[in-house]
Design a binder for this molecule. Sequence first.
Ligand code: SAM
Length: 228
Amino acid sequence: RLSKRLETVASFIPRGAVLADIGSDHAYLPCYACLHGYATKAVAGEVADGPLRSARQQVETCGLSDRISVRKGDGLSVIAPREVDCITIAGMGGALIARILSDGKEKLSGVKRLILQPNVGAERVRRWLLEHDWELIAERILEEDGHIYEVLVAERGEAERPYRHLEAELLLGPFLLRENNDVFREKWQQELRHWKQIAADLAANGQSEAAARKRRELERKIRLVEEV
Ligand code: SAM
């Protein structure tokens, strides 16, 4: 069985998609997507040898070698322009996801949907989408094995940006903020406790300019979250 996290990512792959899963590791996601009729074909991209080997093995075990191409390379370098119409990037930090998208910008032509699951730093991803004319169309937040995960779905377009309180919504997610479910509240209560602890430690011990700057940034985020 696929994890709830990856199942949620897969549920946003449009039927009949040609998929690229970047940082695929064991290739569970593209295998699941092909076996369950989400994707017709897929590319599994991996930069590291170990995961690349397990991806190849998994694809073979599933009997999908004719539909999933496992390729070694950094980010979007493994696909050709217009080769795929949907990209998934899951289980990495938001900064790395944003970097992969920026570095591979010319490979995004023909791509209609991005499904991104940053483990941390979703704010970076939302900012990247906004700055590069990708419209956030859906978000999910879920808890699994004691971790909280966010899934961001975007399509091309700048119309009707979902942002009304830009800074707070970039941080928390406009759809998640509106939905305001239990997992969401738990996540931000945890974050607030954590930030307040760090801010207090910085106030007590950090005399440097850098510490003061970090504290001001934390206090700004604390205010944003508390306000909404
Ligand atoms: N996507 C899978 C998931 O969500 O379960 C695997 C997540 S795993 C924690 C992250 C994977 O991304 C690792 O296998 C790592 O080798 C790969 N990775 C990291 N940076 C990458 C990059 N620049 N290009 C391609 N793969 C990358």
